[in-house]
Ligand binder design. Structure first.
Ligand code: ASP
Ligand code: MG
Length: 415
């Protein structure tokens, strides 16, 4: 069996859904026909729109929330109509926002935001079925078991694998299953989310549970490129790479694959393909144990929206190194995502994603250290760098901090 994952950009309109049909048919009519697990994200920018619904409700702005919600529903209804599906008949529409003021923001977030994936998968599944394909829709909140760490739920692999394998191995299961990425559910039936952009991770988990022959992420790029084509003029496609290189790319901030999606595949030696949604005959990139490595062109990876936090010991009776575990405990508890660390005897600097968790973490760190910080930064990682490449990258940029090894340069830059 294969797992195919389609992101929000691939299903942002009716044409996208028709293209999913085309790609699914290609797989079913392949020389070696295959069963397919199709994992789908929310359509277009739906996740962002649903986040705004929760934020409005949280701020007591009910009318704004309702308008935003109606926009989301209308957007889906328009796509259904274009696909000749009947809203309310072929696909049930949720009239009320699944929001309960008695619950925490994060719990409500998961109940509301998960609706994007529920809607997108219902549309795709019903559409494929109406085109005569053998399809079944699966509801991940009942199958992928997580804890209740809202917005970043942890998956229980053993329960999930068992449930999902049982469903998959059922006699007379249709050849194609369509289901949601990014969402799961708790033991008591609440929907959870796995962290933004988590659909790749779901695809990787399902590949792992079902011993897939491969997992393919269909994207609006030709495959894995050495740089973002919107930033660097001369990008090249990397056709083959090893898991270890892919992990490093993902952790340095390459947008193309979610960092958590490699390990479940590497554990079982399942190859991961990244292929262009618009050109299914193109090969794209293949990531596997036997991939080609190390990558032999300089790779530029930008990680935006960074903040550099520097801690200095308050009194010099102790060295900062002795407080490392304390610092990382704070960082861990506040869910900060560290992208770079630099230390001296009396200071330690960490570059982290500037998320909503940062202010509380800084406040706590200030109790123990003199803390200063710079925001509005980006981290540029260049792998496979040479002195020339590094010079060119530095030119015209304000560098706050740099770390270089023989092959890799990491620059924290302004802007
Ligand atoms: N729809 C979710 C998001 O936009 C999950 C995903 O696309 O992977 O974050
Ligand atoms: Mg998405």
């Amino acid at each position: 069996m294969r797992v195919y994952k389609f992101g929000g950009a691939s299903v942002k309109d009716a044409a996208g859904v028709r293209n999913v049909e085309k790609i699914v048919r290609l797989a079913l009519n392949d020389q070696t026909p295959t069963d397919l697990m199709v994992v789908i994200s929310a359509m277009g920018k739906t996740t962002n729109a649903l986040e705004r619904v929760v934020e409005f409700l949280d701020a007591g702005k009910e009318e704004a929330a309702l308008n935003q919600w109606v926009d989301v529903i209308d957007f889906h209804v328009a796509i259904m109509k274009e696909l000749k599906l009947q809203p309310g008949v072929d696909i049930r529409l949720q009239g009320e926002i699944p929001y309960d003021p008695a619950l925490s923001f994060d719990e409500n977030y998961d109940q509301v935001v998960s609706m994007g994936e529920i809607l997108s998968t219902q549309i795709v599944a019903v559409y494929l079925l109406k085109q005569g394909l053998p399809v079944e829709w699966w509801n991940m909140p009942k199958l992928l078991r997580t804890d209740n760490t809202w917005r970043e739920a942890k998956v229980d692999d053993s329960i999930s694998a068992e449930t999902i394998r049982a469903g998959w191995n059922r006699p007379r299961r249709p050849q194609v299953v369509v289901t949601q990425g990014f969402i799961g559910g708790t033991e008591d039936g609440k929907r959870t989310t796995l962290g933004r952009e988590g659909s790749d991770y779901t695809a990787a988990l399902l590949g792992n549970y079902l011993d897939a022959d491969s997992v393919t992420i269909w994207k609006d790029v030709p495959g894995i490129l050495n740089a973002d084509p919107r930033i660097e003029p001369d990008t090249v496609l990397i056709p083959s790479l090893r898991y270890q290189d892919a992990v490093e790319l993902a952790y340095s901030g390459a947008q193309v694959i979610h960092p958590k999606s490699i390990r479940p595949l590497q554990n079982k030696g399942i190859p991961l393909y990244v292929r262009p949604f618009g050109d299914p005959s193109a090969e794209g990139s293949r990531i596997a144990e036997d991939g080609v490595g190390p990558i032999d062109v300089p790779v530029y990876i930008w990680r935006k929206n960074q903040i550099l936090i520097t801690m200095r010991a308050k009194d010099f009776s102790f060295v900062l190194e002795e407080s490392l575990s304390e610092i990382f405990d704070v960082i861990h508890r506040h869910r900060l995502k560290v992208s770079l660390i630099q230390s001296s005897a009396v200071t330690i600097s960490v570059c982290v994603d500037n998320t909503r968790f940062v202010p509380a973490a800084i406040e706590e760190l200030q109790k123990h250290f003199n803390v200063s910080y710079n925001d509005g930064l980006s981290l540029l990682t260049i792998r496979g760098t040479t002195p020339d490449v590094l010079e060119r990258a530095k030119a015209g940029r304000t560098i706050m901090l740099s770390q270089t090894t023989r092959r890799t340069a990491r620059l924290v830059v302004k802007g």
